[in-house]
Design a protein around this ligand. Structure first.
Ligand code: GLU
Length: 480
């Protein structure tokens, strides 16, 4: 199998694009095939190298690699459409020669007038084919007027176009629905529908997995395959991604570009896992899939026709699962840029800061849905201020036994030679034993006195992170 991802570099890699890339990648890997990255940069006004770079970097971040592409080359290059103009030109000549295509000189105003007339008559809006029958003299006259022609494909009348889509099943179109469409613009640059056919053919693409929005383009492309004498690849049009309110996914529903998810502290493994489940349904109940496992399990047969719903809560849940699965070392590495950015550790953290981060990440691992949340959650582990979160917390400190618990705890802590999670853990245990109180009556007043909160990370970790000095100050600040 030869598959491709063919983004237009008109902005950062979008979640929908990433899903298309992923599905193509999975199938290529599963079958021992190849994935080609082709840059469709013919929209000069909107394309940029910056976007191309963002797309490539986002794909790499997700772990999606390609076998051929503008950066790595390959036997069917170049892989940027703007570097292939000469190739398109040769085929255009062929199509013109054989009468499959013709020059059209209609101006925007003329076309608009045609549109209005069709609308007024209640007829389908499509190009009338007015320029198809122009004689050489008529053409010469229009050229002399300085008109710059486009090239249109001559659509054969009343032809049934049957598409056996690997996701949508059989879809039948009729060529009557399609007007003669532009394949080369007046500046000599091919349109998407035209370039895509030549490229997919010459790059020997066997399967095209792409967004459903391109389904309506496919009959045009099918006619071009026919005219050019190229075999058609197999198509799989994957459903739209909708927001939770079942309207098309947009910025209103959350971040739409992959890089934003990176910046918000999502792990690439979690994003990939989540994207795979947008439209693909695994066989069992399991929802956590590494890229390797996806390669084994993925199949187009289990890709649904109906729209996929983008559920941010689910992504957060999946991300949390991956955070739970990380080693502390890895978590520190992931959290470092966020903690640095927030000014909680220095540019080049000392070994002491590294140790502090290890403890912090151990304390927060169970509690994070995104790595970015560390910026907020670490606050209860910093500084000497304590604010009681509610009445309930205040009540804990008013418990009859609370003063004794806190006093004894402080004495024992001050006597402790070395503060580590282990020594603190042992201290709390002996404290409970000594005071002969239920665990809750010991742990809760200390927790609330130290953090102001009823819930939070493991108490022994909080104490180990704060250290003697901050513990003493916090106790003083909260128990007055
Ligand atoms: N450049 C097109 C896009 O980004 C590619 C469509 C296709 O896969 O054929 O939508």
């Amino acid at each position: 199998m030869r598959l491709r991802f063919a983004p237009s570099p008109t902005g950062p890699l979008h979640i929908g694009g990433a899903r298309s890339a992923l599905f193509n990648y999975l199938l290529a890997k599963k079958t021992g095939g190849k994935l080609i990255l082709r840059i469709e940069d013919t929209d000069l006004a909107r394309s940029s190298r910056e976007s191309e770079q963002n797309i490539a970097e986002s794909l790499k971040w997700l772990g999606i690699s390609w076998d051929e592409g503008p950066d790595v080359g390959g036997p069917y290059g170049p892989y940027r459409q703007m570097e292939r103009l000469e190739i398109y030109r040769q085929y255009t000549e062929l199509l013109l020669e054989k009468g499959y295509a013709y020059y059209c000189y209609c101006s925007e105003e003329e076309l608009e007038q045609e549109r209005q007339e069709a609308l007024a008559k209640g007829a389908a809006v499509k190009y009338s084919g007015k320029c198809f029958a122009l004689t050489a003299e008529e053409r010469a006259k229009l050229e002399a007027e300085g008109r710059k022609p486009v090239i249109r494909f001559h659509v054969p009348p009343n032809q049934e176009i049957v598409l056996d889509d690997l996701v949508r099943g059989r879809v039948v179109f009729n060529s009557e629905e399609i007007g003669d469409f532009v394949i080369v613009k007046s500046d000599g640059i091919p349109t998407y529908n035209y370039a895509v056919v030549i490229d997919d053919s010459l790059m020997k693409i066997s399967h095209v997995i792409r967004a459903e929005e391109h389904l309506s383009n496919t009959p045009r492309q099918a006619l071009l395959y026919q005219a050019l004498g190229f075999p058609m690849p197999q198509f799989a049009h994957i459903s739209l991604i909708l927001g939770k309110d079942h309207t098309k996914m947009s910025k209103r529903h959350g971040a739409t570009s992959v890089v934003q998810y990176k910046e918000e502290g999502y792990l690439p493994e979690a994003v990939v896992n989540f994207l795979a489940l947008l439209g693909w349904a695994p066989e069992g109940e399991e929802e956590i899939f590494s890229l390797e496992k996806l390669i084994v399990e993925f199949s187009l047969e289990r890709v649904a026709k109906n729209p996929a719903v983008f559920d941010l809560e689910k992504l957060r849940w999946i991300n949390g699962m991956y955070i739970r699965g990380c080693t502390i070392e890895k978590l520190v590495e992931l959290a470092l840029p966020f903690l640095r950015q927030a000014g909680y550790v220095s540019e080049n953290p000392s070994s002491e800061e590294m140790k502090w981060m290890e403890l912090v990440m151990t304390a927060l691992q169970e509690r994070l849905s995104t790595i970015k949340e560390v910026e907020e959650q670490v606050k209860i582990l910093l500084g000497e201020e304590v604010t009681l979160e509610n009445e309930e917390a205040a009540a804990v400190l008013k418990e009859e036994t609370a003063p004794l618990v806190i006093r004894t705890f402080q004495e024992k802590l001050l006597a402790l030679e070395e503060i580590t999670p282990e020594t603190v853990k042992a201290l709390l245990k002996s404290l409970t034993k000594e005071l002969k109180l239920g665990g809750k009556l010991v742990y809760m007043p200390i927790r609330v006195a130290l953090t102001g909160q009823m819930h939070g990370p493991d108490l022994y970790l909080i104490i180990a992170i704060l250290g003697k000095e901050l513990v003493v100050r916090r106790l003083k600040n909260s128990v007055v």
